[in-house]
Each structure stands twice: as C-alpha cells, then as structure tokens.
Design a protein around this ligand. Structure first.
Ligand code: HEM
Length: 334
C-alpha cells in the first residue's frame, strides 16, 4: 500500500514538473517577466508591417505644425500607464453609460494631442483593420515625440491590448499631483513598480512642455530663485489665470537635461519638481543627471520602456480587453 502511494506521489511530481517545463518552453522571459510571444519588438511585423512607420509620419506631420503635441503625447502615455496600466483607457470619451472616464479627471483636462492618436488610428484601420491597439499607438507616438524633440531613439515593444474600463476616480488616485513632495512621489511610483531612480529619470520629461497656472500659482516663496519667482508671478499671479509657463524655461522644445540643471538652481516650476532637489534620496540623482546628459538619456530609455509595461493587458492574460476600432470608444459588445 505504502509502495503504491509512493509511486503515485512520484508520478504526480514528475507530471507536475513536466507541466512547468512545457509552460516555460512557450514563455521566454526577459528583464520584465512578460510572455514575449504576446509582447515583443516588432509585434506587428507580419500583421501590419508599416504600423510603426505610419504612426511616426503622423507624429512628425503634426509636430511640424504644432510642436506642443510632442510634450502632450508623451504626458498622455504616462497618464495612460499609471491608470489601469498602458491600455489606452485615457483615450476614451464620455458616454451615457460611462459619463466620467479618465479623460474628465482634473489632471487630464490639460492633456493635448488626442487628434494625433485619432489620425494614426484612422490610417491604421484603413491599412490593417482591427490589428493595432490604441495603447500601442500611444506608446509608439510617445517614443516618436521624444525623438522629434531631440531626445534618444529607442524601440518600443508592442502587443498591448485596449482596456474597456476608464474611470475619472482612478485617474485622481493614481496620477501624481504637482503638490507632491519626494516621499509622495517615491510612494506613487513604487506602487507602479518603478524605483526612486526611475521616478527621477522620468521626471526629466519635464524638459519639454508647459504647465497651466492652476498647478503652481501663486508660486511658493521659499526654496525658489527670486527672479524666477518674479517672472512666473507676472504670467501666473493666481491659479485661476488661464496662462501657461514652460516647465524648462531654458529650452522648452528640446529634450535635453536642462530641467535637471534648473532644480539645484531653485528654478523648478512645480513643487514636485523642486522637491527632487530638496530630498536626500533624490538630490544626488538630480545632480548626476544635470552633469551627465548622455547617461540620463540612456536611463530615460530604460525607464520609459519599463513604464510602458505597467499592468499590461495581453493576449491570453486579459479577457476584458480588445483592439478598439476607434480609440475614443470601446467596441460594441456582440
Ligand atoms: C513625477 C510626477 C509628475 C508630476 C507630479 C507631474 C505633473 C505635471 C503637471 C502638473 C504638468 C502640467 C500640465 C498642464 O498644466 O498642462 C505636467 C506636464 C508634463 N508632464 Fe508631468 N508630472 C510628473 C511626471 C511625468 C512623467 C513621468 C512624464 C513622462 C514620462 C511627464 C511628462 C510631462 C510632459 C511632457 C508635460 C508637458 C505637457 C504639455 O506641454 O502639454 N510627467 N506634469
């Protein structure tokens, strides 16, 4: 009896090990453990070979007529990934059944560049209907936005599927606020699997683009350069004035490391920006990035690729996902 039990247990263990081996055979692992058959470089190489090129040309064309779309689209990718993962949920419009999607939350009211994603999607649907997700289009377009502003070139893994859930309340709890201090920021990014280093590196995206007065006015009086404070106050005396100030006043359209040079000089526009220079856990990282642009750019590539993998919905791991026909609406359910 004991021998029979032993034999049965051994057989069970062997079967179990064989099953694990089979699963691992079909799943190659890399630094971020995701199944590479669902999420990889060149995911559309066969199904829609020109997908990435088409997105790039749309971004470039829009950028030529309105350079502001580059910071807009880069920020949109960040806000997408931090809420429900990188699943295009930020792109959904209000409907009668979902009147308050992410887009209607306060931090998203100032997003810009939706027309870029719409046009890329229109072109891709004409060329390869039902193949390329809105979440991937946004990740490609963010990459192209970095590149057109003089930032590093990098490749984007794809295979993201689009989500069907989009709630303003989730945007409010997940997107970091400009009033956050370093501790809040560290905690907020850690909740998304991103380190202190990733957080500081990615904040360097504030080397391009602008902020509305509502995020910082009236500008604080301590920890800030007096002449910088004066010039900012002239444009934004109060939060209700509908003006904007560049996040990096030295080179607002250029993806360089001057944002990091501003912070030790006490010229960080947002409380959250300046806090990176005031906290011992982040101030040296700021100085490193200010002193070595090349290393920061390399680290930015690694960090944004990592950000692009937050809570992915992939074929096989997400029932409630789809390839949307329009980036503004979930597909009607049959
Ligand atoms: C660390 C926490 C962060 C906070 C608190 C924060 C907050 C903000 C705020 C308040 C604005 C101004 C928006 C406006 O008024 O129009 C802004 C702009 C911007 N943010 Fe962030 N952000 C953070 C991190 C990031 C990250 C990680 C990225 C991208 C990787 C990013 C990319 C941008 C860009 C490019 C703009 C300029 C947008 C435009 O010109 O339309 N931010 N951010």
């Amino acid at each position: 009896m004991l021998a029979r039990l032993k034999a049965a247990a051994t057989a069970y263990i062997i079967l179990y090990l064989l099953t694990i081996l089979r699963v691992c055979e079909t799943m190659e692992y890399n630094f971020w453990p995701l199944p590479t058959h669902c999420f990889k470089f060149g995911f559309y190489d066969e199904s829609c070979p020109d997908a990435e090129k088409m997105v790039t040309s749309v971004v470039q064309a829009h950028f030529r007529s309105n350079p502001g779309i580059a910071p807009g689209v880069l920020r949109m990718h960040f806000h997408d990934c931090f809420v429900e993962g990188c699943d295009g949920s930020v792109l959904l419009d209000p409907t009668t059944s979902n009147p308050n999607p992410e887009k209607t939350a306060f931090p998203n009211l100032t997003l810009r560049g939706f027309e870029v994603i719409d046009e890329a999607k229109r072109k891709l649907e004409a060329a390869c209907p039902g193949i390329v997700s809105c979440a991937d289009i946004l990740a490609f377009a963010a990459r192209d936005s970095v590149q057109v502003t003089g930032g590093p070139c990098y490749q984007v893994k794809s295979g993201r599927r689009d989500g069907r859930v989009s709630l303003a309340s989730e945007a409010l709890t997940n997107i970091p606020r400009p009033q956050f201090d370093a501790s809040d920021l560290i905690q907020n990014f850690a909740a998304k699997g991103l380190s202190v280093e990733d957080m500081v590196t990615l904040s360097g995206a504030h080397t391009i683009g602008r902020s509305h007065c509502s995020n910082f006015a009236p500008i604080r009086s301590n920890d800030i350069d007096a002449s910088f404070a004066k010039s900012v106050s002239e444009v934004c005396p109060t939060a209700s004035v509908n003006n904007t100030v560049y996040l990096d006043g030295n080179s607002p359209n250029y993806f360089d490391n001057s944002y990091f040079k501003n912070l030790p000089a006490k010229k960080g526009l947002l409380v959250s920006d300046e806090s990176l220079s005031l906290d011992s856990r982040t101030s040296n990282l700021v100085l490193n990035n200010a002193n070595d642009a090349d290393t920061w750019k390399k680290e930015f590539v690694t960090a944004i690729m990592k950000m692009g993998t937050i809570d992915l919905k992939l074929a096989g791991n997400s029932d409630d996902s789809e390839i949307r026909k329009s980036c503004r609406q979930i597909n009607p359910q049959s």
